[in-house]
Design a protein. Structure first.
Length: 245
């Protein structure tokens, strides 16, 4: 038992070394497949990827008491209500009003997928982001949602005003898809999949190729090795041809 226990670490080390050698032997193939997949991802993203643009507008909402003085309770209450404001901004009432006002051919579900509301950490500012294939439409939709949401929030929450922290910007660069990101992901995926294929083929291959494999897997010692010289018949044929010439 002790002898078998002592041999297990050696066998594990030999297996890992063999795997390393197999991967090293197929390194050129692994890199080639990675480059090919990365090139494919680059071409697909460049040719068939639909550009998406993001435009963001920000609002600031703060309840005030009747004396118009901002207290700590007002700030704390405003922080707790940011989630309520976000729900009101993305409500059906606001989004459908924007669709009708801009004359968009979109359903509520379709425009809801384009809108996201976030709150920067430790702030009471709400950022309304709209994603669209047209940068101008994204900017116009963001501003329209902000205006409709401000009126809806004042009516529902009984707030006097919603302050505009930042108007929607005109996006000059596409937000997605990222050609560089997709190319890198494609290359890494190709390399990873090729390594898996090579390892599976290596682990599934149970053929005996060397005398060392006989001793390792069959636990038998080889008495003799017969070399195979496959090029010998061809060599004799060549010599005969030379004698005839």
């Amino acid at each position: 038992m002790e002898k078998d226990t002592m041999q297990q670490p050696d066998e594990l080390e030999i297996d890992l070394w063999e795997i390393f050698l197999v991967l090293l032997h197929n390194l050129a193939l692994i890199i080639s497949v990675g480059i090919m997949v990365a090139l494919g991802a680059f071409l697909v993203t460049q040719l068939f990827g639909v550009p998406q643009y993001e435009s963001t507008t920000k609002i600031y909402i703060l309840n005030k008491q009747e004396n118009n003085a901002v207290t700590y309770s007002d700030i704390q209450l405003g922080t707790q209500l940011t989630k309520d404001y976000a729900e009101l901004i993305q409500s059906r009432f606001v989004l459908e009003e924007v669709v009708q006002g801009m004359g968009l051919d979109l359903s509520y579900e379709e425009i809801a997928k384009k809108v996201s509301v976030t709150t920067p950490t430790d702030t009471r500012i709400l950022a309304i982001t709209v994603t669209d294939t047209d940068p101008v439409t994204a900017m116009q939709m963001a501003n329209a949602i902000r205006e409709a949401a401000a009126v809806h929030i004042m009516n529902v929450m009984d707030i006097q005003a919603v302050n505009v922290s930042e108007t929607a910007n005109m996006p000059m660069k596409k937000a997605s898809p990222s050609v560089l990101k997709n190319t890198l992901i494609g290359g890494m995926a190709g390399i990873f999949l090729m390594i898996i294929v090579i390892l599976i083929r290596f682990l599934m291959d149970d053929t005996v190729k060397t005398p060392e494999d006989v001793e390792k897997y069959l636990q038998l010692s080889t008495l003799a090795v017969i070399p195979l010289n496959e090029g010998e018949p061809d060599g004799k044929k060549k010599k005969k041809k030379v004698k005839r010439g």
